[in-house]
Design a binder for this molecule. Sequence first.
Ligand code: ZN
Length: 73
Amino acid sequence: MQKSTKSVMAYQCDWCGNTTESFIVTGEYKHFCRYQTPGHPPTKDCMQDYLDDLKKNPIIPLPNTIYKSDFYS
Ligand SMILES: [Zn+2]
Protein backbone atom coordinates (compact mmCIF):
# COMPACT_ATOMS: atom_id res chain seq x y z
CA MET A 1 0.00 0.00 0.00
CA GLN A 2 1.47 3.24 -1.03
CA LYS A 3 1.52 5.99 1.41
CA SER A 4 1.06 9.42 -0.02
CA THR A 5 3.99 11.44 1.07
CA LYS A 6 2.90 14.78 2.20
CA SER A 7 5.77 17.19 1.97
CA VAL A 8 6.01 19.17 5.12
CA MET A 9 7.98 22.32 5.00
CA ALA A 10 9.86 22.69 8.20
CA TYR A 11 12.85 24.76 8.97
CA GLN A 12 15.11 25.25 11.88
CA CYS A 13 14.64 28.63 13.41
CA ASP A 14 17.74 30.78 13.12
CA TRP A 15 16.99 32.35 16.44
CA CYS A 16 15.82 29.74 18.93
CA GLY A 17 16.88 26.60 17.07
CA ASN A 18 13.47 24.95 17.14
CA THR A 19 12.30 23.16 14.06
CA THR A 20 9.05 24.70 13.03
CA GLU A 21 6.48 24.49 10.31
CA SER A 22 5.21 27.93 11.14
CA PHE A 23 7.90 30.30 10.08
CA ILE A 24 8.72 33.39 8.14
CA VAL A 25 11.71 33.95 5.88
CA THR A 26 13.59 37.19 5.87
CA GLY A 27 15.39 38.85 3.00
CA GLU A 28 18.58 37.32 4.36
CA TYR A 29 17.04 33.86 3.94
CA LYS A 30 16.90 33.38 7.65
CA HIS A 31 14.01 31.39 8.98
CA PHE A 32 12.24 32.32 12.17
CA CYS A 33 9.32 30.76 13.92
CA ARG A 34 6.23 32.80 14.05
CA TYR A 35 3.02 31.66 15.63
CA GLN A 36 0.17 33.98 15.11
CA THR A 37 -3.57 33.69 15.07
CA PRO A 38 -5.05 36.15 12.61
CA GLY A 39 -6.41 39.13 14.48
CA HIS A 40 -4.13 38.57 17.45
CA PRO A 41 -0.59 39.59 18.19
CA PRO A 42 1.95 36.85 17.57
CA THR A 43 2.38 34.44 20.44
CA LYS A 44 5.91 33.79 19.30
CA ASP A 45 7.87 35.90 16.90
CA CYS A 46 11.51 35.01 16.71
CA MET A 47 12.22 37.51 13.99
CA GLN A 48 11.15 40.28 16.32
CA ASP A 49 13.34 38.87 19.06
CA TYR A 50 16.22 38.68 16.62
CA LEU A 51 15.74 42.26 15.46
CA ASP A 52 15.42 43.50 19.02
CA ASP A 53 18.64 41.76 19.87
CA LEU A 54 20.39 43.31 16.89
CA LYS A 55 19.35 46.71 18.13
CA LYS A 56 20.63 45.95 21.61
CA ASN A 57 23.85 44.45 20.35
CA PRO A 58 24.78 46.14 17.11
CA ILE A 59 27.33 44.31 15.09
CA ILE A 60 30.68 45.77 15.96
CA PRO A 61 32.96 46.39 12.99
CA LEU A 62 36.16 44.46 12.95
CA PRO A 63 38.84 46.18 14.99
CA ASN A 64 41.14 46.69 12.06
CA THR A 65 38.51 48.37 9.93
CA ILE A 66 37.47 51.31 12.05
CA TYR A 67 38.81 51.05 15.52
CA LYS A 68 42.50 51.40 15.97
CA SER A 69 44.24 49.02 18.28
CA ASP A 70 44.32 51.40 21.23
CA PHE A 71 41.94 49.24 23.18
CA TYR A 72 43.81 46.11 22.37
CA SER A 73 47.42 47.15 22.73
ZN1 ZN B 1 12.31 30.43 16.91
